[in-house]
Write a protein that binds this ligand. Sequence first.
Ligand SMILES: *Cc1c(COP(=O)(O)O)cnc(C)c1O
Length: 365
Amino acid sequence: MTRPTGVTVDRDAIVHNLGIARQAAGAASLAAVVKANAYGHGLVEVARVVAPRADALAVACLEEGLALRQAGLTCPVLLLEGVFDAAELPTAAAAGFDIVVHEPEQVRALARGVLDTPVAVWIKVDTGMGRLGFDPADVAGIVESLGSVPAVATIGLITHLACGDEPSHPVTRTQLARFAELNELSVQWRSTANSAALMTGMETGDDWVRPGLMLYGASPRADRTAAELDLRPAMHFHSRLIAVRERPAGSTVGYGAGYTCPESMPVGVVAAGYGDGYPRHAPTGTPVGVDGERAPLIGRVSMDMLCVDLRNCPGVRPGAPVTLWGPGLPVDEIAGHAGTIPYDLLCGVTDRVPRTYQGVGHGET
Ligand SMILES: *Cc1c(COP(=O)(O)O)cnc(C)c1O
């Protein structure tokens, strides 16, 4: 038996979730966010599924965009953080990427005329996220200076919400109001919404929405499960039991002797650990799916293994199928136990975990 740990990606779930995003987006165009290896699901494989059904793909950097082009994808691609160096501009433009500009040097580089290929530019506005972008007060001037650059084909305004899952949060209200104040500027496009804003039905007045997380079937809202939002998990992170041992009362399990058996009990060993991207900080009690039942994790997660209490699973044997997260065991729930967010877990599945793909999903190769 080869090591039984893997990720299965359900293309049909991604297609379904994209449909939910479309519905929420109304008439707005949709840029499907596939940065960070499509949140761990596989950049090119996911891009092939979503590109025919989205209006654009969005990635974090030039390298991710170029990987899409090398795979033969010709769709519009937005670089969410633009280029990291003016020297990358001609490559980005030649590849036909839309670029974000968020600081003056990027604007100056465009104005210096380093490009002969026209490019769509998105001006990043810091309306309150407090991270990247220009102050709203500076945006009119930037629109004006980019407007006279021949290689700038179109200009859009893009902003990002700090509390997108809380429509009535004062920061959200302020952000939307500041962005709305820029409505009088003459630009082609405006974009605010991520998954959370879409799934709370926030009125953003967007021309473009940018869902990421929801496409993969995790919930962008703290107060709603993915199932309540009709989102289906795209990732099944699975393994198998490689040992089942009856352990006496008082015996300890794993590094640091982190768990003591309260009675004689069966302990299962799963062939997955933090070296695969399972969170090391998941505590005793985190649910693990064993042969369709939930068995609590016990003791510390090791690099290649973790242990489970099999008292609820009488009779299971080595080889029994294990779900770390996926159908029936939402990644959001595991993230909650581990003190993190589903983004972190999905992106964190390591390279040694083979990805396989199921479902039709394809519309383009
Ligand atoms: C990652 C990202 C998104 C997608 O956010 P989700 O919460 O995953 O929907 C949207 N916009 C920008 C600028 C991003 O960096």
